[in-house]
Design a binder for this molecule. Structure first.
Ligand code: 2AL
Length: 243
């Protein structure tokens, strides 16, 4: 089985961090790689970043289809372009926010999300409305650390754990969801500190994709996730033409 993890931002060091988290949970017989798109933003922390990350990640999915990849993880917590990716892929495509929120609901009654910048909170709430029943997401909290600073700021773990502790208390939640792929390496230490389940969406999505491929199910091609219709695209998007 071939699983490809796509980091929709173009920072190679973050792709390596994401790959380590995914690789740590795969079972025997799974071949995994992690890719960085050829175009896109260095990090994704605005709606503008998110929109402009989509062409690069769709090109990565198209390449994966040519390579015979069985399933994909979309490793950005905004789950950018997830529906479009599913139109291109024959196997499953799972977003990390989607996987983390579903996992959180299997192990608790209510979860809190700890994200990066305050401006990313709205997107997390939008996704909670899509993935979780009303009331399951009890809070979304920003640690105010930009995505790329997660790699270098030595206070990250302390700040994320302190914020998570506050969230558990204030929200009355019992599970913490890490709201950025760049937080994947904090999961074990945060779990040990907090004593509640802490969900890293990268690992959760990787295992979900592995499960779906093992079950022999791919993305349904009947209806909305059917391949997009033949169409010309112009200008910078000319290579996205659908034959
Ligand atoms: C993210 C993420 O997971 N990757 C990225 O570039 N931005 N999420 C976030 N909340 O900032």
């Amino acid at each position: 089985m071939r699983i490809r993890v796509i980091n929709p931002n173009t920072t190679e060091s973050m792709t390596a961090l994401i790959e380590a988290s995914a690789r740590a949970v795969i079972g025997p017989g799974v071949t995994l790689d992690a890719v960085t798109p050829a175009m896109g933003p260095a990090s994704i922390e605005s709606h503008y970043d998110e929109a402009l990350s989509v062409p690069g990640l769709l090109a990565a999915i198209a390449e994966g289809e040519r390579d015979g990849v069985d399933g994909y993880v979309l490793a950005c917590f905004g789950d950018p372009g997830l529906d479009a990716a599913r139109e291109l892929a024959s196997g499953p495509v799972v977003g990390i926010a989607e996987a983390a929120m579903h996992a959180a609901m299997l192990v608790g009654r209510g979860f809190s999300v700890v994200t990066t910048l305050d401006r990313t909170r709205g997107r997390a709430w939008d996704l909670a409305a899509r993935y979780a029943p009303p009331g399951a997401c009890r809070g979304v909290h920003a640690c105010d650390i930009p995505v790329l600073a997660l790699e270098s700021d030595p206070t990250v773990l302390k700040r994320v754990v302190a914020l998570a502790r506050l969230a558990l208390d204030r929200d009355g939640s019992d599970v913490i969801v890490l709201g950025c792929a760049g937080m994947a390496d904090l999961c074990a230490a945060a779990t040990a500190e907090l004593g509640v389940p802490v969900i890293d969406g990268v690992a959760a999505a990787t295992l979900l994709v592995q499960s779906l491929v093992t079950l022999g199910v791919g993305t349904s091609k009947r209806g909305e996730y059917a391949p997009p219709p033949a169409k010309a695209y112009t200008g910078l998007l000319a290579s996205f033409r659908r034959p």
